[in-house]
Design a protein around this ligand. Sequence first.
Ligand SMILES: C[S@@+](CC[C@H](N)C(=O)[O-])C[C@H]1O[C@@H](n2cnc3c(N)ncnc32)[C@H](O)[C@@H]1O
Length: 210
Amino acid sequence: MKYIPALSFEWLTTLYDPVMLLMRESTFKRSLVEQANIKNGYRVLDLGCGTATLTILIKKAYPGAEVTGLDGDTKILGIARAKVANAGLDVSLDPGMSFELPYPDRSFDRVVSSLVFHHLTREDKARTFKEIFRVLSPGGELHVADFGKPHNALMYLISLIFRHLEEAGDNINGLLPEMFQNAGFDRVEETDRYMTPFGTLSLYRARKAL
Ligand SMILES: C[S@@+](CC[C@H](N)C(=O)[O-])C[C@H]1O[C@@H](n2cnc3c(N)ncnc32)[C@H](O)[C@@H]1O
């Protein structure tokens, strides 16, 4: 197994939130939260929650939802816990690995995930998508923001550098939708695309059939 921390190196983790400002974070995370269409009482997992920016956004937008963040890095979960306490929100934060989720089958109505899958090897991506499928209820949905296939010439040029960053190659080759389908999801679609300094960022939606 290969574990890649938030900014590739553990010693950079405290700089994560400032660096994210370069990624148009507030714009794409707001869109992701909107497209997730969360209702009162829904159980929502933020997979690879990092510093919990998205987790907090979800809980603030949908106070009636039961929101859980999970991350494999205990150091970043420390930052997440401080931010959640500071915001005075009732959110659970669990340590755990994406490909061995510590939850029973059908535990969630929504799984959201931002900028995590490009950290995973192809094998761990496939294992993770199967785990997400397992913990979702029938009719539940996966909503993802992550690097995707370049959508213009500038993004293509940038991708020539960043395809070697972490495990981003499969994302940049546009393989995520096919991998969601292989895990059992249907209604898989790319819903939006953004230009960022690190290349195209895509939003995806996928459903576990009823
Ligand atoms: C780039 S950060 C994204 C954090 C957050 N989702 C966001 O959008 O700001 C990637 C996160 O995924 C976590 N991560 C990487 N591999 C993981 C795995 N196999 N299981 C759980 N978390 C993982 C890292 O610890 C890190 O916090």
